[in-house]
Design a protein around this ligand. Structure first.
Ligand SMILES: [Zn+2]
Length: 377
């Protein structure tokens, strides 16, 4: 006997707290529940809240703030997920989530690509993901046990206490002034050199951060040549919390202007990156477990630059930049303007503007660190 009903429950729409339930008759082979999943994108990774997963699987969740791990228990199964780690442990065996778990909205999130394998493993049943409808197809046996999200009768699960509290605050920053020595980087029509501008901004930023009791290491403190590998080795060896590489852009497009921030991502290296800075590198995996945090920092610095500078905001972008690929710590590149654009070049040629940029970068780093500190209190 076929059941001819599928109940589609739409919930957790992007608006906070809004949940809409609707019953939609459809023809299907069996009773299934179509569960809409809202996701949050952090860098290249789409994440799903762990509490949504626990509810769908009918699993109990436990949060261990001391080791930053969330545990889901369902019947005889146990899944342990560590934050910022792509390997979970399912019943004592490693399970590749294909991207690191990361916090979203004050709770752990796991990559969308891992949702179906995780749900299927926890319930010993077959789930499927409908990418077009953004819905998980929940098998009948699990669906029948599921509590409707609107029922409200379930006791609220324990919150993720101290979730943000154990994020390491920013204590030591490596600043990397792009180019230098034999490599001048971009040179503007009026002769402003990228290598000179980046060194000056890095020195000013260092001074401001040190005044705020944040330690700073510079990958170069004078006009000297440094390879990408050397820069990465300095950053990785410093025991730092953050690497900020400072550059200026250049483009054949005469109207290209403004600032932008990069964190690691897939795709091509943009035409605006000077080819002189691109060495051969092969440390692809170094940055992978830090990308989510890098993007958080990138957003904080972007906000600060947007507030402090009158430049066009080109946003946070993702590209496989060599230094970011090699960095084994949260890392961003800040591009402070286009030397190929007359007004950006004129600004970058003045100490007043470079000081403004330094202040904005330092404030962005400080705001990001302060957000962490606030969570600790
Ligand atoms: Zn550059």
């Amino acid at each position: 006997m076929r059941m001819l009903l599928v109940i589609a429950v739409l919930l957790a729409s992007q608006a906070r707290g809004a949940s809409v339930a609707l019953v939609q008759p459809m023809v299907a082979d069996s009773l299934r529940l179509l569960q809409h999943l809202s996701t949050t994108r952090v860098g290249d990774v789409e994440l799903v809240r762990i509490s949504d997963l626990a509810r769908i699987a009918g699993a109990t969740r436990y949060w261990r703030a001391d080791v930053r791990k969330v545990v889901l228990k369902k019947d005889a199964h146990k899944l342990r997920v560590a934050m910022d780690n792509r390997y979970a442990v399912l019943d004592g065996t490693a399970m590749n989530l294909r991207a690191p778990a990361h916090g979203i909205d004050g709770e752990p999130g796991i990559p969308l690509v891992a949702v179906v394998p995780v749900l299927s493993a926890l319930t010993d049943d077959r789930f499927a993901w409908n990418a077009e409808r953004r819905e998980v197809e929940v098998p009948a046996s699990v669906a029948l046990q599921m509590r409707p999200p609107s029922a409200g009768a379930a006791p609220a699960p324990a919150p993720f206490e101290g979730f943000a509290a154990t994020i390491r605050p920013i204590r030591l920053v490596v600043l990397d002034p792009g180019h230098g020595g034999l490599d001048a980087g971009s040179i503007g029509a009026k002769g402003v050199r990228e290598a000179t501008v980046t060194l000056d901004i890095a020195r000013r930023t260092a001074k401001l951060l040190r005044a705020r009791k944040i330690e700073v290491v510079l990958t170069r403190d004078r006009d000297r040549t440094r390879s990408t590998i050397e820069r990465a080795q300095i950053a990785n060896g410093a025991g730092a919390d953050l690497l900020v590489s400072i550059h200026a852009n250049s483009s054949w497009a005469a109207d290209a202007e403004g600032f932008e921030i990069y964190c690691l991502g897939e795709g091509r290296i943009p035409e605006t990156k000077s080819s002189a800075s691109i060495d051969f590198v092969s440390w692809d995996v170094a940055q992978s477990s830090h990308v989510a945090r890098s993007c958080d920092v990138a957003r904080a610095v972007q906000l600060s630059l947007a507030r402090e500078l009158g430049l066009r905001n080109r946003g946070v972008n993702h590209a496989p930049l060599p230094l970011l690929r090699c960095a084994n710590l949260p890392a961003i590149e800040v591009d402070v303007g286009f030397l190929s654009h007359p007004s950006d070049e004129a600004l970058l040629g003045t100490a007043v503007f470079r000081e403004q940029v330094a202040r904005a970068v330092a404030a962005g780093i400080e705001h990001y660190g302060a957000a962490d500190q606030e969570a600790i209190r």
